[in-house]
Design a protein around this ligand. Structure first.
Ligand code: ATP
Length: 347
C-alpha cells in the first residue's frame, strides 16, 4: 500500500487540457472516488496514477518516491476495468491464482487466498468452470477478483467496474467492495459517473468537471458545503437549486424580493447565485411567494416544482406535509450559500 501524491499534474492529448493542473493526494489505505460526467478527465487521472499515461507535466509520487517514469508493473498497481479482462481458457480459480503464481507465492498461500476471494465474490460454485463459459456478470466478478487477490499491491484502481453488472448484483457488489476495503485496507481509487456508487464506496470523493477537480470531500461535506455550484447540483437528488440573484451593496435580491443574506464584495459584472438544497427549504405561509407547478411523489417524500420570481425551484417535502393555497418558501438559516462566478463565497 502507498500514499499517492500528484504534484501539479496536467495532461493534454493534443488540443486543450484533458486534465488541468491539479494537486491531489490519496492517503495510504484510503478509499477514494473520482466522480463526474463523461469526458471530465476521470480516466485520464486514474491512468496517470497507474502509469498507463505519462502526464504532460507534473510528478507522480508513491510514498515520496518519484514514479512518473515507471510503468504500471513497476508501480505495483492492480487495475479493474469497465469490461472483463479474463483468460478464457483458464478456469475461474486459475484466473484468480495467476497474479499470485506470477509473483512466486507458495502453492498453499495461493490456494488459501484464491479460496477467500472466490467466497467474497460468490464464485465458489463456478471455481472450476472455464471463464469462457461464464455470464458477463461473473466474468466481471473474476476481473474484480484478479484485482483484489494480491495483498501486496501499492493501490487498486477501478474504472467504472460495475457498468456491465446487472442492477441487483450491483448493489451487493458495491457493498462488498466497501467491506473488502475495510478488511484489507488497500489504497483504492474508484472512477464512476454515478454519485450513489461514489458515495457508498468512498470515504472521500473528488468531483470533476471539464478536466478540473472542483472539490474533494466526504459525502457530508459535499452535500452540506459544496464549494462550486456544479458540486451542489451534481451531488444530491434532486441537486442543489441554483438561483440567479442581484447583489446591491452586499444585499441580495431575487426579482423584487430581498433575501436575508449578504454576498460579501463582488467584482462588477460578477455572476451572483444563491445555492440552496431542496431539503433545506421550508414551504408554508412564511417567506417569499412561489407558484407551485408540479408535485412528484418519490416514495417517502414529495418534490415540489415551484417558480420563485420566475426561476425554477425544487423543494423536498415530507409526504404528510400540506401545501398551503398561497405557498411561500423560507430557506433554513445557515443552509443556503452565495456563489460568485460559480464559487462559494459565503452564506
Ligand atoms: P468517460 O466517463 O466518458 O470515460 P472520463 O471522465 O473518464 O470520461 P477521459 O476519458 O479522461 O474522461 O477524457 C477526458 C477528455 O480527454 C475527453 O474530452 C476525451 O475525449 C479526451 N480523451 C480521452 N482519451 C483520449 C485519447 N486517447 N486521445 C484524445 N483525446 C482523448
Amino acid at each position: 500500500m502507498a500514499r499517492i501524491r500528484l504534484e501539479a499534474v496536467r495532461h493534454s492529448y493534443g488540443e486543450g487540457d484533458a486534465l488541468r493542473p491539479a494537486d491531489i493526494e490519496f492517503e495510504d489505505g484510503g478509499a477514494y472516488a473520482l466522480l463526474g460526467p463523461s469526458g471530465c478527465g476521470k480516466t485520464t487521472l486514474l491512468n496517470i496514477v497507474s502509469g498507463l499515461i505519462r502526464p504532460s507535466a507534473g510528478r507522480v509520487l508513491f510514498d515520496d518516491r518519484d514514479v512518473t517514469d515507471l510503468d504500471t508493473a513497476a508501480r505495483n498497481i492492480a487495475q479493474v476495468f469497465q469490461f472483463p479482462v479474463v483468460y478464457d481458457t483458464m478456469t475461474v480459480a486459475q484466473n484468480l491464482a495467476f497474479p499470485l503464481r506470477n509473483r512466486g507465492l507458495p502453492a498453499g498461500q495461493v490456494r488459501q487466498r484464491v479460496g477467500e476471494v472466490l467466497e467474497m465474490l460468490d464464485l465458489t460454485a463456478v471455481a472450476n468452470r472455464r471463464a469462457t463459459r461464464l455470464s458477463a456478470d461473473d466474468k466481471q466478478k473474476v476481473s474484480l477478483g484478479r484485482g483484489l487477490v494480491r495483498s501486496d499491491v501499492a493501490a487498486i484502481l477501478f474504472d467504472e467496474p460495475l457498468t456491465v453488472i446487472d442492477p441487483q448484483a450491483k448493489w451487493r457488489l458495491r457493498a462488498q467492495l466497501k467491506l473488502l476495503h475495510r478488511q484489507f485496507g488497500h489504497t483504492m481509487v474508484y472512477v464512476t459517473h454515478d454519485q450513489t456508487e461514489a458515495l457508498t464506496f468512498a470515504d472521500r470523493v473528488a468531483v470533476m468537471r471539464d478536466g478540473a477537480i472542483l472539490q474533494i470531500g466526504s459525502a457530508q461535506e459535499l452535500f452540506d458545503a459544496p464549494r462550486h455550484t456544479f458540486v451542489g447540483y451534481f451531488i444530491g437528488s434532486p441537486g442543489m437549486n441554483v438561483l440567479p440573484v442581484e447583489a446591491e451593496g452586499g444585499a441580495l435580491r431575487i426579482g423584487q424580493h430581498a433575501i436575508a443574506m449578504t454576498s460579501g464584495p463582488t467584482a462588477p459584472g460578477a455572476r451572483v447565485e444563491l445555492g440552496v438544497r431542496p431539503e433545506h427549504i421550508r414551504l408554508g405561509r412564511e417567506g417569499l411567494p412561489v407558484q407551485v407547478r408540479r408535485v412528484d411523489d418519490v416514495g417517502r417524500r414529495r418534490i415540489v416544482h415551484a417558480a420563485l420570481a420566475g426561476h425554477e425551484l425544487q423543494v423536498s417535502l415530507d409526504e404528510a406535509a400540506e401545501i398551503p393555497a398561497e405557498p411561500r418558501v423560507a430557506f433554513e438559516p445557515g443552509r443556503a450559500g452565495v456563489f460568485v462566478d460559480s464559487w462559494r463565497v459565503g452564506a
